[in-house]
Design a protein around this ligand. Structure first.
Ligand code: C2E
Ligand code: CA
Ligand code: CA
Ligand code: CA
Length: 279
């Protein structure tokens, strides 16, 4: 715009150039980080509400950056999606998570089903289901100890490979979960076409439970609907006792959140499993 004057224009281009240079550096660093094995996976426990046993763990990626320290996914996942690096990143996480699940299965202290987040870009690869099969075989992990977390929009992708992969993964005996349930599409028709095992109620509905909000009604309705379709329900982002009490009352199956535990390193998760079993 003319009225901003020349200096402002120069300012903006300088800012933009600095921004894209920083991004380019970050992109190159992430590419190298994936190759150099700087990605680490943390595990957040999920708890059965009926008996307080550990029902599984969600695998969450972190980047052990040589200068910046432990970088959280919020700082690099979007960039990874935009640059396509998410495919290599997702593959590395899947591999690490399966190796860890295999360790818990074969070495103990107890088997744990590990849930891994997927990007739609991974599902668009025609060979993705075969790749997962290969990883399971290499890790000697039974399929039932792997769950994949998909978001609602992935079930509505008009790409043949996506539908094919979802059906194939299910046929292999891998569990499927719908992540961030309730925040995406309002159509539930996909639940008929793609049988899944688990719905994860998004944190936004859990946050205000017990504070005279509509969220209680929504959470209750999601749980009732899920149960009538024979699906398990996991509530995410449980931080306070009052939320837990409501979720129990509504018959929610499992909970995950800071109230139970923050995501833990594999070593800390193993120690927690030992304590939990009284070993
Ligand atoms: P998400 O799949 O919804 O994962 C849950 C996020 O909520 C995690 O953040 C977790 O640490 C956080 N969280 C857990 N309990 C609580 C709680 O009680 N309160 C609050 N406020 N937050 C809680 P994180 O680890 O930073 O991951 C953020 C997002 O990054 C994930 O959201 C997921 O969408 C994405 N992500 C993480 N790892 C991967 C990955 O390996 N692949 C892909 N494609 N995405 C990933
Ligand atoms: Ca998730
Ligand atoms: Ca989620
Ligand atoms: Ca989310």
């Amino acid at each position: 715009a003319k009225h901003l004057g020349g200096n402002t224009y120069r300012f903006f281009t300088r800012e933009l150039r600095a921004y894209s240079l920083e991004r380019l550096q970050l992109e190159n660093q992430l590419r190298k980080a994936i190759e150099d094995n700087q990605l680490v996976v943390h595990y957040q426990p999920k708890l059965h509400l009926n008996d307080d046993s550990i029902s599984g763990a969600e695998a969450l990626v972190r980047w052990q950056h040589p200068q910046r320290g432990l970088v959280m996914p919020g700082d690099f996942i979007d960039m990874a999606e935009e640059t396509g690096l998410i495919i290599a990143l997702g593959d590395a996480v899947l591999h690490k998570a399966c190796r860890q699940a295999s360790h818990w299965y074969h070495q103990g202290p107890t088997p744990v089903c590990v849930s891994v987040n997927l990007s739609v870009q991974q599902l668009r690869q025609s060979h993705f289901a075969r790749r997962v099969q290969h990883i399971l075989e290499e890790c000697q992990l039974p399929a039932e100890y792997l769950e994949l977390e998909l978001t609602e929009s992935m079930f509505l992708e008009h790409v043949d490979a996506v539908a094919h992969n979802i059906a194939e993964l299910r046929a292999m005996g891998i569990r499927l979960a719908v992540d961030d349930f309730g925040t995406g599409y309002s159509s539930l028709a996909y639940l008929k076409r793609f049988p899944v095992d688990t719905l994860k109620i998004d944190r936004v509905f859990v946050t205000d439970l017990g504070q005279h909000s509509q969220d209680a009604a929504i959470t209750r309705a999601i749980i009732a609907m899920a149960h009538s379709l024979d699906l398990r329900v996991v509530a995410e982002g449980v931080e306070r006792d009052v939320q837990l009490a409501y979720l129990k009352q509504y018959g929610c199956d499992e909970v995950q959140g800071y109230l139970i535990s923050r995501p833990l390193s594999a070593a800390d998760f193993t120690a927690m499993l030992q304590e939990h079993r009284g070993l």
